[in-house]
Design a protein around this ligand. Sequence first.
Ligand SMILES: [Zn+2]
Length: 431
Amino acid sequence: MTGRFVFAGGRVIDPATGEDAVRDVVVADGVLAGAEAAEGADRIDVTGMVLAPGLVDLHTHLREPGDEHTETVASGTRAAAAGGYTAVAAMANTRPPADNAAVIQAVRDLAVAAGLCDVFPVGTVTRGRDGELLAEMGEMAAAGVRMFSDDGAAVPTARLLRNALTYLQAFGDDLVIAEHAEDASLVEGGHMHEGIRSASLGLAGRPAEAEEIVVARDLALARATGGRLHLCHLSSARAVELVRAAKAEGLRVTAEVTPHHLTLTDEDLITYDTSRKMNPPLRTVEDRDALRAGLADGTIDAIATDHAPHAVEEKESEFDLAPPGTIGLETALAVVITELVAPGHLSLARAIEAMSTVPARILGASDHGGPIASGRPANLVVFDPEAEWTVEAPFASKARNSAFLGRSLRGAVAYTVLHGSLVVANGKPTR
Ligand SMILES: [Zn+2]
């Protein structure tokens, strides 16, 4: 449905303005309109539901080009829309990698053709994502890229990262390098958090120090260069401490955490469930609790999914052979509501801020994240915070490697509005 419609009777939570009130929201010709436009418009009763700015994911793997058997731009953005997302940053570790403007434009064109979610392609930091020479970040910035990352691995040397942080500032003050903070030499051959659990399960570990070392290095280089740094999927308590200190010092650093690192721990690996194998790995209860505290107090800015689709046969292999990652776009909001908001670890307004308003700002996605105000682009999510459902296949995603498979969750997306079009209605994607 496009044209004109009114969401009637919903609770509007808009972190961009601090609004939390029941009122009607009118959509007309792609934008939010005033009450005067409501007359004659279709009414959609959303009493009891929450209406918020569409969610924004800083960390989505769409897998196209190169691994279309696991996900495509179309299927991944359908999963995003189903999960309430109106914008996602598409990670650059495709095959070929997004290290030039042509690949960037191809991903964008596929997203526009699908029409389900705005896609902001991330460019690589290094050419071919091989960690040796800087990529043509200027060319990609000129093509509208705002975030650069070799995600999947850290930028391997301090010298390269220093050059990247310096070089990027020549093309715009708002450009950011997003780092996958794991020291390659420490995690090589490891499959889960290194500790008592990895010893008892007989699996080689990936120590928390691998993250701490890269975070500390990167913060030192952000300080030295004045460059803007974003730390992906933080997983360890000491990394949270480092970011807290860096922010107190005024460094230009932001950080994200995933729903799975906020809710699961290495104890959840006792069944050798390969859907819970991820990089960085699930860590201890103490780490998880530090991530929750960091998110609540703003040390960690955003919740990002790290949606990582894999083929069934790949994930059905032995634990030490299975590729890392879990899908997350369709479960993120409900996991956050069920595991963090309902038990009182996080307010619903802060959750929406961390899943929409703040990531929109980090990404420079100015059409997203609110405010929900007349004349603004109509990018919205409407969800029932009480609706219960069970995580099970099929997903809108092509993949089904969810770390939350079988879980009963609370909070279901009913409508997603992208530039005034209902791309999800009554809980189902419309295209
Ligand atoms: Zn990563």
